[in-house]
Design a binder for this molecule. Structure first.
Ligand SMILES: [Zn+2]
Ligand SMILES: [Zn+2]
Length: 319
């Protein structure tokens, strides 16, 4: 019965559009891994970011491409959209035909990110795809075929959960730091930012978060490249961090990023806040200014109503 109350999913204009194939994603296999990336670097321009990765270079080469055309890099775009959870035929990344399947997936991407749904690799799309973002898929849930009519939430819901709606079975949680990589910000700054982020998620609900040095429910830290899970980091920009769904508790930050707590670089607290949302069981939201939005271009250190609604509905915190 309780499980039913947890069933809430992203609403879209086209109900079918939320049936994205996510099961093929390694990160969604059990234990579910959520790559989270929050992007928050307001300083480098989009153009600077766009030149920072091979993928953004590929995107620029694809500018203007549309259905029926063929070009090197379409296969890469296909893989990218598939990785983010958009339904697309499984084909080799060497298939460079921009067919209607690619167009459809691209339109869904554009819809999720509130872009013009042109189905064309236009400038707006290139700009959005070039932003640092969560490594987790945009689409992580499967539509609930039997929505609970007693769901207390009548407002549009854009927050999502992991498949199966995993959540913590207790509200008093502990966390500790453990890194394999060094970063330029001090541990005092890191610890304070994490403390702030946990407190933000614990406002007005039953959760309490306590830092410890011993065994803990959650472990966060900085790592670079391959770090003994299935999701190696990609260096500066691109994926900033990732975390696992309940009750795993692992939260990894990419040690290659320019982390900061003062605004010049990638705001650590903003990314931490986003990742903790995943650790607590939230997926990505398509509400642009939500903490749980997969891409983010500014410092965000407080929750939006959508974030609070998502947590409250998952755990039954109704005020
Ligand atoms: Zn995320
Ligand atoms: Zn990791």
């Amino acid at each position: 019965m309780h499980q039913n109350t947890l069933q809430t999913f992203t609403k879209t204009k086209n109900p079918n559009s939320i049936f994205f194939s996510t099961v093929s994603l390694n990160i969604l296999k059990s234990p579910i891994l959520f790559l989270v990336l929050c992007l928050v670097n307001p300083f480098p321009s989009v153009e600077q970011r766009a030149s920072a990765t091979p993928f953004t270079k590929t995107l620029h080469n694809l500018r203007g491409i549309r259905k029926g055309q063929e070009a090197n890099g379409v296969g890469t775009l296909r893989s990218y959209l598939s990785h983010l959870g958009y339904q697309i035929n499984k084909q080799s990344s060497s298939n460079n035909n921009f067919d209607e399947n690619v167009e459809s997936a691209l339109k869904h991407y554009q819809e999720f990110h509130h872009l013009h749904t042109s189905g064309v690799v236009d400038d707006q799309t290139i700009r959005t795809m070039s932003l640092p973002r969560c490594g987790l898929p945009d689409i992580t849930t499967i539509a609930n075929p039997n929505p609970n009519p007693n769901d207390l939430s009548s407002a549009p819901q854009n927050y999502t959960y992991f498949p199966g709606n995993p959540r913590w079975s207790k509200f008093s949680l502990t966390y500790r730091h453990s890194s394999s990589a060094r970063v330029s910000i001090s541990m005092n700054e890191v610890r304070q930012a994490m403390r702030n982020a946990f407190e933000t998620w614990g406002e007005n609900n039953s959760f309490s978060f306590t830092e410890t040095s011993g065994s803990s429910d959650m472990v966060y830290g900085f790592h670079r490249g391959f770090h003994f899970d299935l999701n190696p980091f990609d260096g500066q920009n691109g994926v900033l961090a990732h975390a696992y769904a309940p009750e795993d508790g692992r939260l990894h930050f990419d040690g290659a990023e320019r982390w900061t707590t003062t605004g010049s670089g990638i705001d650590f607290q903003t990314v931490g806040l986003h990742e903790i949302g995943h650790i607590l069981g939230l997926g990505h939201s398509n509400v642009s200014d939500a903490v749980m939005a997969p891409t983010y271009t500014e410092i965000r250190r407080s929750l939006t109503q959508d974030d609070r609604d998502g947590l409250n509905n998952l755990y039954g915190f109704y005020n």
